[in-house]
Design a binder for this molecule. Structure first.
Ligand SMILES: *Cc1c(COP(=O)(O)O)cnc(C)c1O
Length: 418
């Protein structure tokens, strides 16, 4: 990775990070973030930015959001002491249970928040993109709840791979549009959703699913997901009697991780660790570990780190978990890495599968394959920090992964027992 940043710059930026002053007024997280989009998109993004500034932190908006989060989405989610994992690992392990949130993952925090904002801003319909379908389902549910028509763009390839989620979205009254262009996966779906938005930016709201994209999205999504870390920090103090030594979450676009990390950034004693998808190996195309192997560049309107070849062509990624399969990463993570406030590591497909099994057997919780990467990273941390106290972001439940698990873990179990 090439991050040409001098020591003085790094220290200045670290001070900004610790003081909670990122992004700046231009939506920049240090050198990252910003708004690299065609002229046609600027007015819509400026209108959204104004809407976020005027509405998001208003008392009545926060009250409406808080009410939906508690009475509909199931917040606050539990903090669980993982007793048997703790004994096995020789550490004190705590799980922040986003798997218990409505629709099975943290994505609902962002979807209901943005849908409420869209209604406030006078939108008549919502467009969204989805890769694995999890953000599509969360958006479809939020839109149904608020009575907003919803169109979700989804790559043709992903629609085949994630058929149950396509069915869920349709049941929730959403129109699912198959994207047949480009790579026919998430990247092309984002392009199509943006194209739809630009054609009627006054009445359409684009509900982006992770802490990526042009300003103000990375900021907006972080603010909506920060509830995870706010709750978890208070729960740690109340239930564990103190802060964790480390917080660990998986990183795809980066929304559950930044949501968990945000409240802990000023706590200098807390180590912050993100775990990316190490896939099958270190080669280009074999993983989705952008912070580990990426170089700076622009994708979807945002300057961040990208998995690209020597000609700057963005590369396809691989991960056993569809939710971590993105060639870029949120700009705030790129900054946390550059300043040294957070560090990032990888877990392979095989390590994630082992972690699924260990979490199931030890705690009676089937984690999402994405979340299992965080568990695998946490296990490694525990090996080096005997007796340490650890908070893991369990971003979602694994029921959606049954067909992948059937072909891997479960097939192996059946082979052993027969
Ligand atoms: C979508 C998803 C992720 C990855 O997205 P982030 O924006 O990086 O959080 C992680 N875990 C689960 C369960 C997901 O559905």
């Amino acid at each position: 990775m090439t991050l040409e940043m001098g020591q003085a710059d790094r220290e200045r930026l670290l001070a900004e990070v610790l003081a909670g002053r990122v992004p700046d007024a231009r939506g920049r997280f240090g050198p990252f973030g910003g708004r690299y989009v065609p002229e046609t998109l600027i007015p819509a993004l400026e209108r959204l930015e104004r809407g976020v500034r005027e509405q998001l932190h208003r008392e009545d908006f926060q009250a409406a959001l808080g009410s939906e989060l508690t009475t509909w989405a199931g917040r606050p989610t539990a903090l669980t002491r993982a007793g048997r994992l703790s004994s096995r690992w020789g550490a004190e392990v705590w799980l922040k249970r986003e798997d218990l949130a409505h629709t099975g993952a943290h994505k609902i925090n962002n979807a209901i928040g943005q849908a409420l904002l869209a209604r406030r801003l006078g939108a008549r319909r919502i467009v969204a993109e989805t890769g694995a379908g999890q953000h599509g389902v969360a958006s479809a549910a939020a839109c149904a709840r608020l009575g907003l028509p919803c169109t979700v763009y989804m790559g043709e390839v992903d629609m085949e791979r994630q058929a149950p989620n396509v069915g869920r979205m349709r049941l929730l009254g959403t129109t699912v549009v198959a994207v047949k262009s480009g790579d026919r996966t998430l990247r092309a779906a984002i392009d199509e959703a943006i194209r739809d938005w630009v054609s009627d930016p006054l009445h359409t709201y684009y509900l982006l699913g992770s802490s990526i994209g042009p300003h103000p999205y990375p900021y907006l999504v972080r603010e909506l997901q920060a509830v995870i870390g706010r709750e978890a920090r208070a729960q740690m103090l109340a239930q564990a009697g103190g802060l964790p030594d480390a917080v660990i979450a998986c990183v795809g676009g980066g929304s559950n991780a930044i949501g968990l990390f945000h409240a802990f950034v000023p706590d200098a004693s807390v180590e912050i660790i993100g775990i990316e998808a190490g896939g099958r190996g270190r080669g280009l195309g074999e993983n989705a570990a952008t912070l580990a192997f990426g170089r700076p560049g622009v994708l979807h309107g945002c300057y961040s780190l990208l998995l690209q070849d020597e000609h700057g062509q963005v590369q396809e990624t691989h991960s056993i978990s569809a939710g971590l399969d993105y060639s870029s990463v949120g700009p705030e993570h790129a900054l946390l890495l550059a300043t040294g406030r957070a560090r990032y590591d990888t877990a392979t497909d095989a390590e994630a599968l082992d972690a699924v099994k260990e979490c199931c057997e030890s705690e009676g919780i089937l984690p999402a394959l994405e979340s299992a990467h965080a568990i695998a990273g946490a296990k490694r941390w525990a090996e080096r920090h005997r007796g340490g106290r650890l908070l893991i972001g369990l971003s979602g439940r694994g029921d959606k992964d049954m067909s992948t698990l059937q072909q891997t873990l479960i097939a192996r179990l059946a082979a052993v027992s027969s």
